[in-house]
Design a protein around this ligand. Structure first.
Ligand SMILES: [Zn+2]
Length: 300
């Protein structure tokens, strides 16, 4: 059975890019169950990311405003290289930035990572939104940190599967496409947000920027933590990044996305990772608080 491929691009792609798409697709098709339920879209349009994100059926919605707000943040596809959108009953669409196809090995790696999200969703094991399934779960930190922790855990599990299963057997897949320089870039964002807040006093803009920067930081850490825990060759140079080794340690008991994890273990992990996100954000000079009037961003 075959997977579906769509190109949504404003210019014709070079032949070697088309070939890269075919290779990434064929490789995934060869091992993932029910490939016919997955569609790959390569696009150069940020709007396409947002449109597909809006089709998502996960996690099961309680209609709560916090979730709606948070999904809006996530719908900003400007930074995304790829996005997996669950459509229900095993189906999913994976939207990729077309530019990825300029590097065939990176395109192959990202395809394998994204397909792991499909597997997590099919097993209803994605950490993202898990607190909604746990009746008694009351996080000790505002929900933003919980959503971010859940996102980081899913990214970690998908990336760990790529490192442990794919890279181990095929070293040409070893380049994840970013490194410690990206961490420095994200950390610099916090300073920029602070400066801009001092000038504009726009608390709402600062809040959204801080949540988005924290998510990017934690997701980047999750990718790097997967390399640390998979003992990838080049990870020694990462151990001086503040908070990263802590995250790798917290995630050590969580299996990669090819293996089942217990909801209890995931919930416990969400709590500790959320607390780490809280601590890291404080170290960068911000704190999000729930107050009776609503969200409050404290600039420390
Ligand atoms: Zn991912």
């Amino acid at each position: 059975m075959e997977m579906d491929l769509e190109l949504r691009v404003s210019h014709d792609l070079p032949p070697d890019w088309l070939e890269a798409a075919a290779i990434a697709l064929a490789e995934v098709c060869a091992w993932v169950p029910h490939p016919e339920a997955i569609k790959f879209v390569y696009t150069d349009s940020p709007r396409a990311f947002a449109e597909y994100a809006a089709l998502s059926v996960a996690p099961s919605s309680s209609g709560a405003a916090d979730q709606a707000e948070y999904q809006l943040d996530r719908a900003d596809g400007a930074m995304a290289v790829a996005l997996t959108v669950p459509l229900g009953s095993r189906r999913a669409v994976i939207v990729f930035k077309a530019g990825l196809l300029g590097d065939v090995n990176l395109a192959r790696r990202v395809a394998r990572h994204e397909v792991r999200h499909v597997l997590l969703n099919r097993r209803e094991e994605a950490a993202w939104g898990i607190h909604r399934q746990l009746q008694a779960y009351v996080p000790r930190v505002p929900f933003e940190y919980v959503w971010i922790a859940e996102t980081a855990i899913d990214e970690y599990r998908c990336e760990l599967a790529v490192e442990q299963r794919d890279v181990a057997s095929d070293p040409s897949l070893s380049n994840p496409g970013f490194n410690r320089t990206d961490v420095a870039g994200i950390e610099a964002l916090f300073l920029a947000i602070r400066t801009s807040f001092r000038q504009s006093a726009n608390a709402s803009a600062a809040y959204h920027a801080v949540v988005s920067a924290t998510e990017r930081l934690m997701v980047t850490f999750a990718y790097l933590a997967a390399r640390i825990n998979a003992r990838s060759p080049d990870v020694d140079a990462l151990d001086d990044i503040e908070g990263l080794v802590d995250l790798a340690h917290l995630l050590r008991g969580i299996p990669n996305a090819d293996e089942e994890a217990s909801v209890t273990a995931l919930a416990r992990c969400i709590e500790t990772v959320a607390s780490l996100a809280f601590a890291l954000l404080r170290r960068h000079g911000f704190e999000i608080q729930d107050r009776p009037q609503g969200k409050y961003l404290e600039v420390l």
